[in-house]
Design a binder for this molecule. Structure first.
Ligand SMILES: C[S@@+](CC[C@H](N)C(=O)[O-])C[C@H]1O[C@@H](n2cnc3c(N)ncnc32)[C@H](O)[C@@H]1O
Length: 298
């Protein structure tokens, strides 16, 4: 993945390469950024000189960008599922959770413009999402009580591990200052507690996690920008697990999925009610959640 190479170079610059000639093209390493048009020769020279370190990173790290602004696209999807479930508490289960920052979506403040806001007004994590098109999504009536929150990831990122957090920072493009600020605020908030992100392949671990969700809670499963990292077989296996679990209890799956056929990611909601799946495409959104175009009448 090209992302891996760019992140590896960015990581080396963030981790002490501030004096490198290439650093002057990176807005989060230097105060005055040079014209990117002239970056390539220095980029190439840097890659050749640090090829061992870059090979090590590219071979051992994953694209795990943890982007909390994607919660702005998920929130109206959760709202639909919650309206159906009434006032039950919810059990959050995130597939491909990375550091698990999106498991804290109920702690963030949301602003969609034109006075449409939601979430704790004093939250240190403030998400802004521009609405496109004519439809206004309906937000939850109240913040649901969360009685469980568990994630699963091939490689869970420990928010207390500075080197892992540096890797996630390196995955944010250097000129994306606002994403970087939001990420830092979300990490600081997550560090107030220990998040439960289990190591494993979701295809193998999801059923076990779902069974840990208390019986009186409504399981809200979600995943964002994960399916593109799974083979079609693995995607089918996950769907089979969810369908099988839904034979025993109602559950909902909200997701942001970007397939190669689509120009933009889509927000999907599958509600399993009395076993049967009810699948809907709710919206389109930007890859990092900066805008949302609501398509659904729900
Ligand atoms: C692009 S990141 C997205 C992280 C997070 N969902 C977000 O949107 O901020 C994809 C994550 O999915 C994880 N992942 C990929 N395949 C997985 C699998 N089979 N089981 C569990 N996690 C997986 C990766 O390790 C990575 O952390």
């Amino acid at each position: 993945m090209p992302n891996l190479l760019f992140a590896a170079v960015h990581y080396l610059l963030l981790a002490g390469g501030g004096e490198e000639p290439l650093a002057r093209f990176y807005a989060d390493v230097t105060p005055r950024v040079s014209d990117p048009e002239s970056a390539y020769p220095l980029f190439r020279e840097f890659c050749l000189r640090h090829s061992d370190a870059i090979r090590g990173l590219v071979n051992n790290r994953l694209v795990q960008t943890n982007e909390v602004s994607r919660c702005s696209a998920l929130l109206p999807a959760f709202a639909i599922a919650l309206r159906r479930q009434g006032k039950r508490s919810i059990g959050l289960v995130e597939i491909g959770a990375s550091a698990g920052l999106n498991l804290l979506w109920d702690r963030y403040h949301y602003d969609y413009g034109a006075g449409l806001t939601f979430g704790p007004s004093d939250s240190s994590v403030r998400l802004h999402c521009r609405l496109k098109g004519r439809n206004i999504p309906r937000l939850p009536d109240t913040m649901p009580a969360v009685s469980a929150r568990v994630g699963i990831d091939l490689n869970p990122i420990d928010v207390f591990d500075d080197d892992s957090i540096l890797w996630l920072k390196a995955l944010i493009w250097p000129e994306h200052e606002s994403r970087r600020r939001t990420f830092a605020a979300a990490v600081a908030l997550a560090r107030r507690r220990r998040l439960d992100v289990v190591r494993g392949d979701a295809c193998d671990g999801l059923a076990g996690i779902l069974r840990t969700i208390p019986g009186d809670a409504f399981p809200c499963v979600f995943h964002t920008m994960v399916m593109n990292q799974l083979s079609p077989d693995s995607q089918q296996r996950l769907d089979d697990v969810l369908t099988s679990e839904a034979k025993h209890r109602d559950l909902a799956v909200a997701s942001i999925v970007w397939t190669p056929k689509e120009q933009t990611p889509r927000v999907l909601l599958t509600q399993f009610h009395n076993g049967g799946p009810d699948r809907a495409v709710l919206a389109r959104c930007s890859p990092h959640g900066e805008w949302l175009e609501w398509l659904s009448s729900a």
